[in-house]
Design a protein around this ligand. Structure first.
Ligand SMILES: Cc1cc2nc3c(=O)[nH]c(=O)nc-3n(C[C@H](O)[C@H](O)[C@H](O)COP(=O)(O)OP(=O)(O)OC[C@H]3O[C@@H](n4cnc5c(N)ncnc54)[C@H](O)[C@@H]3O)c2cc1C
Length: 456
């Protein structure tokens, strides 16, 4: 086994007393949240999985971002988490500010906020028993169960192709070794789960015409330790989901867990999310997306990589256009980062005679206003396991996952475009947001969300 493999649980032998059919051998492409949701659920049900992640380090970089923990994210952790660590911080109210920073609307509405890194480390603890400080304050390294499937996490492995062998798939990948050398390798699997994100190369192989498209605006994000915020800012943001809308701007700020996932008051972070229009081809977009080394980036400027010029432009905009508490968040953020908002969705999620399945952002990259991307990844993993275990049929799997993907992707486009490119009254922003918060189980899906899926 190569040095960068981490097989932590090799005891998943079938129980001799009660023989059961052999479990499928499953390969997961992508070791971010969707890949790990799938890996954790499959391990729990006894499936042997190998996860290939192209990032050379054993751990992915903290994306420094808060995420809203939707119903399926919480349901996943309730069902599969064995660390016992709380994954979310509650927020009890939604409030809306005007440009002067005065509260113009408030409503009681419980929502759960988490962070990308807390979800990631809890999933790694559950998948391949990675110990970390995220397990402090009430978490533990999960016990090993005899019924668990064997797991192998391989970093530095970039999948380059998948080949149909009839009853199996041959997965080709390039492995980057710690000394910088590379080897070409391949693995056979019964099922391949493509969790390789919104720019999925596996989706590109099967649906080459599908492209990620820029939506005409970007999000500038960052976090601020809650105690470094002024009292005026803490008063509006603490345990609240706070919004501001103006033409071409949407800003939301909320409390998330602090370092290593601590939810202790005083040690948490205020997370700001600021959408701003930058026309395609404009000089402003060029400035924003050129990093501090002068390199143009297409989708993301990671934390700490914004140029001084871009930062000065953004600060100016914040000062001129945001309520003072939100402008303060932008000014106090030490490592802000930028993402271009894009749209992408695959026409279907099963390929190669059902031996390749797309999940998470590889299936559909939602606009963040939907606050549904992480939940989609968790939901896809849960329904996939139900199908493999026989409690749901193939048709149930396709219908549920595709209807959700199509409906939420479409809703995100309409909601984002209305918010960024139309001038609405505050009642309309509130109505859009409340519509996006409808639980998956309570949504009504239009007929078109089933079109072209064939045979389900
Ligand atoms: C800054 C930020 C903020 C977000 N905020 C929210 C939010 O508020 N609410 C919400 O619900 N969601 C949010 N999301 C989205 C959420 O994190 C993702 O939707 C979720 O993690 C599911 O993504 P994924 O695992 O499908 O894809 P990704 O996270 O993109 O992961 C894909 C993985 O596949 C790997 N990979 C790609 N190609 C290959 C290959 N060929 N071979 C091997 N590995 C490969 C990549 O290295 C990566 O690790 C946010 C995401 C980001 C980045």
């Amino acid at each position: 086994m190569a040095a960068n493999d981490h097989t932590t649980n090799g005891n998943a032998q079938p129980n001799e007393a009660t023989p059961s059919p052999p479990k499928l051998k499953i390969l997961i492409v992508g070791g971010s949240l969707a890949g790990l949701f799938a890996g954790v659920a499959l391990k729990h049900h006894g499936y042997p999985t190998t996860l290939l992640e192209r990032t050379p380090q054993n751990l992915l970089h903290n994306q420094g971002a808060g995420i809203v923990a939707g119903g399926d994210t919480l349901a996943f952790f309730a069902r599969y988490d064995r660390t016992g660590k709380p994954v979310a911080v509650p927020s009890y109210k939604r409030i809306y500010l005007d440009r002067a920073g005065e509260v113009v609307h408030e409503e009681v509405n419980r929502q759960n906020m988490t962070s990308w890194d807390l979800c990631y480390y809890l999933l790694r603890a559950n998948y391949d028993r990675v110990a970390s400080a995220y397990l402090d304050d009430g978490g533990r390294l999960p016990e090993v169960r005899e019924s668990d499937g064997e797991v192998t996490y391989c970093s530095g492995c970039t999948v380059t192709d998948v080949e149909d062998l009839g009853s199996q798939v041959l997965v080709h990948f390039t492995r980057l070794h710690p000394d910088g050398s590379e080897t070409k390798e391949s693995i056979e699997a019964d099922l391949v789960i493509a969790a390789d994100g919104p720019s999925s190369s596996i989706r590109a192989k099967f649906a080459p015409r599908v492209q990620r498209r820029y939506a005409g605006y970007c999000v500038i994000r960052g976090t601020v330790p809650e105690l470094t915020a002024t009292r005026a800012a803490r008063e509006v943001f603490a345990e609240r989901f706070c919004f501001f809308h103006a033409p071409g701007i949407q800003n939301l700020t909320y409390t998330i867990a602090g370092e290593h996932g601590t939810t202790q008051p005083g040690k948490r972070l205020l997370n700001f999310v600021w959408y701003a229009n930058f026309a395609e081809g404009s000089a402003e977009l060029e400035t924003l997306m050129t990093d501090k080394h002068g390199r143009h980036r297409h989708i993301t400027i990671p934390p700490g990589e914004m140029s001084e010029e871009a930062w000065a432009m953004v600060m100016r905009m914040g000062h001129e256009r945001l309520p003072p508490q939100m402008a303060e968040m932008a000014a106090k953020s030490t490592e802000p980062f930028v993402q271009c908002i894009t749209d992408v969705i695959a026409p279907k999620n099963l390929y190669m005679g059902d031996k390749v399945v797309l999940i998470g952002d590889a299936l559909a990259g939602f606009r963040p206003h939907t606050v549904a991307s992480t939940s989609q990844a968790a939901f896809n993993a849960m329904v996939l396991v139900e199908w493999l275990e026989g409690s749901a049929g193939r048709g149930d799997f396709v219908r549920q996952t595709m209807q959700f993907a199509r409906a939420v992707q479409d809703m995100g486009v309409r909601m984002g475009d209305r918010s960024q490119f139309e001038e609405l009254g505050i009642g309309e922003y509130i109505a859009d947001r409340n519509f996006a918060s409808i639980r998956r189980e309570e949504r009504e899906y239009p007929e078109w969300t089933l079109e072209g899926l064939g045979g389900i």
